[in-house]
Each structure stands twice: as C-alpha cells, then as structure tokens.
Design a binder for this molecule. Structure first.
Ligand SMILES: C[S@@+](CC[C@H](N)C(=O)[O-])C[C@H]1O[C@@H](n2cnc3c(N)ncnc32)[C@H](O)[C@@H]1O
Ligand SMILES: [Zn+2]
Length: 331
C-alpha cells in the first residue's frame, strides 16, 4: 500500500468519513510501499491491519467467499491476457464497460470485486490508476498478478457493503461478475455510485435472469447441494464432471445449431478458439468450480438494475441483458 491511498480512505465503521491514520509502518520499502502496519480511525479508534501490502477491512463473519479466495489463488493466471497469451479479458472489458480506452488514461478507477485481477490488469494497461477491492483472499492473487504495474495499483480487502472510501473520489467504477454472488445485489447496485465523482461512469455486468436458468436445469439441480459442501468436495466433483464431459462439449462446440445443447451439460464449457485445448480445459474447470462453489447466485433483470441506477440519480442510463451503466450528473 502507498501512503497516498490515505487521501481517499475513510473508516467504513463511521458515517462521518472519519480519517484513518497510519500508526505503524514496518517493512516500508524503497518504493514507499507499506507492507505491514496498522490503520487507526481517528474517530472511533477501530484498527485495520495492513498485511502483505494490503489493507484489510474485513471481519470473519463477512467472508462468505472462501470458494472465490480458493479458486482465484489456484487459477490466478489463466484469465489474465498478459500472462496467458490471449485477448479475451480485454475484449470482454471494453464490451462490458463500453468505456473508451483513451478516456481511461490517468483516471482513478475502482474495480469492485476484482478476483484475480483479470480486468484490473486491462484497466492498468489502458493507463488508469486502479484501486482493486475484493472481500476474499482473491485480493492476494490480484496483488501478485498486477504487481508489475507498480504504484498505479492499490489492492484492498474489503466488502462492497462497507467500503473504506470517502464519497465522490473515483472517475470510474466497474463491477464485473460480482453482484449475483453477494447476499444483496440491489444494495451493491445502489451503493456504489456515491463513490464516483461528478461526471464519473459506473458499469455493471451480472447474470441475467431468464432463459439461462431453464437451459441450465442440471446445473441448478446440483447447486441445491454444492454451495453447502466443503471446498475440497466441490473441487473433486468439478474435476470429475469436467474429466467426464469435456470431450462431449468440445465435440458439440464447433457445430453451430447443435452447440446450444452444451447448456444442458453440467459443466461450464469454454471452447474459445483463441485458447489452446489445455487452456480450454483449465478455464472450463475454473468456471465449473465457480458455478458450484458460489454460495449465492442471484440473477438480475437488467431493467430493474437500470431502474435502480436512475433512482440513484445517474443519467444516461443504458441496459441490455447482463449489462447496465450510467453516469453521475455534473451538477
Ligand atoms: C466471479 S468472481 C469475479 C471476479 C472478477 N470481477 C472477474 O470477473 O474475474 C466474484 C468476486 O466477487 C467477490 N465478492 C463477492 N462478494 C463481495 C463483496 N461483498 N465485496 C467484495 N467482493 C465480493 C468474490 O470474492 C469474487 O472474487
Ligand atoms: Zn471509525
């Protein structure tokens, strides 16, 4: 963590945007990075640990995301374009956010629910300063995968329900593939805009309610049990399903009118030709574990997400299935 982060941090327990003071700073290196220390609220006195260069604002009872911490540490490189030799994350990022690459240069951007840093790395590559937040240990994976970007990346372990920021600080906020995995997606949708400044942009990507749930009936039957299993069992089940069914989804994927059948097969098949067959296998295993391990999967209607953004007084609100975005008014 860089001490400059203190300019935008506030105690998440206090409503008064109380300042945080850096009390101890052991292991601050020649780049000014603080590896270990404590942040103390000047108002309520609450202490927050800095460990491995990451300020930690979580309590044990908030972490319903052990599965995500596990998966993003285990498979932290496969979805990072720069580390795995593809452009899939870049294509998806600009499609999902609809942001202009040139607009991003030098902007302060919040990645809300960063996982292993797949999209953090894209935003950094576009020249942005990024603050990446995740509730789970995935934040340590993101810290590793994006370290090459130096002091343009700051990682924070915190919940989107209790973010440690002052209001109106970010030029842009994106939240990709996260809200459906929280206990209260609508609270996240309505809560994030206050952290963006006038003219700032917000983009959400989420699982859309509707056809997919019916197509993926076998997945949802299994999900009646899997979120309650220990992580090791869910991993073994995912490995078994992928080992048994990957050949079948690979066979169907290239055939245009037939490939829809893959949705009935209970693995999250990824057969993008930009990936090698080994990469397709690992990505399929990762996404299958993601399907079965997530404690919450609350699909959204994009019209409702757009309505919530309008209620939060955003302008220029647009939505299509799975995506919604808007802009904070200038006055
Ligand atoms: C499916 S992953 C997506 C990660 C990343 N955005 C991506 O697309 O690769 C969902 C992430 O949301 C995080 N998450 C879930 N609830 C959260 C919360 N309340 N606050 C912060 N992060 C949360 C999980 O830990 C997990 O890393
Ligand atoms: Zn406080």
């Amino acid at each position: 963590m860089q001490s400059s982060l203190l300019e935008i941090l506030a105690c998440p327990k206090c409503t008064s945007e109380a300042r945080l003071a850096l009390h101890t700073s052991v292991g601050s290196d020649e780049t000014g990075d603080i590896n270990d220390g404590t942040l103390v609220c000047t108002d309520c006195g609450q202490e927050y640990t800095i460990r491995n260069g990451i300020p930690r604002f979580i309590s044990q009872d908030q972490d319903y995301c052990g599965n995500f911490g596990f998966q993003w540490q285990k498979w932290k490189e496969i979805q990072i374009d720069r580390l795995s030799g593809h452009h899939l994350s870049e294509t998806r990022f600009f499609n999902d956010t609809q942001w202009d690459r040139d607009w991003m240069k030098d902007r302060l951007i919040l990645d809300a629910g960063c996982g292993a840093g797949r999209f953090t790395d894209i935003a950094l590559s576009a020249g942005a300063q990024v603050v990446a937040v995740d509730l789970s240990d995935a934040i340590d994976a993101c810290h590793d995968t994006t370290a090459i970007h130096g002091n343009r990346i700051q990682c924070i372990q915190a919940s989107l329900f209790e973010l440690p920021f002052k209001k109106s600080v970010f030029d842009g906020i994106y939240c990709i593939g996260v809200i459906q995995h929280t206990p209260d997606p609508e609270a996240v949708i309505s809560g994030l805009p206050k952290f963006a400044r006038a003219g700032g942009k917000i983009s959400y990507n989420f699982y859309e309610e509707g056809l997919w749930r019916r197509l993926q009936a076998p997945k949802y039957l299994l999900r009646l049990i899997t979120p309650h299993l220990p992580i090791g069992l869910t991993l073994n089940l995912s490995k078994f399903l992928v080992a048994t069914l990957f050949w079948l989804t690979s066979l169907l994927a290239p055939i245009r009118k037939v490939r829809i059948l893959n949705h009935f097969i209970p693995i999250c098949a990824v057969h993008d030709p930009a990936l090698t067959r080994d990469q397709q296998y690992i990505w399929t295993l990762l996404d299958t574990f993601d399907w079965y391990g997530a404690r919450f999967e609350k699909r959204q209607h994009h019209e409702r997400v757009a309505e919530l953004l309008k209620l939060a007084e955003l302008e220029d609100v647009r939505s299509v299935p799975g995506l919604a975005r808007g802009t904070i008014p200038r006055d």
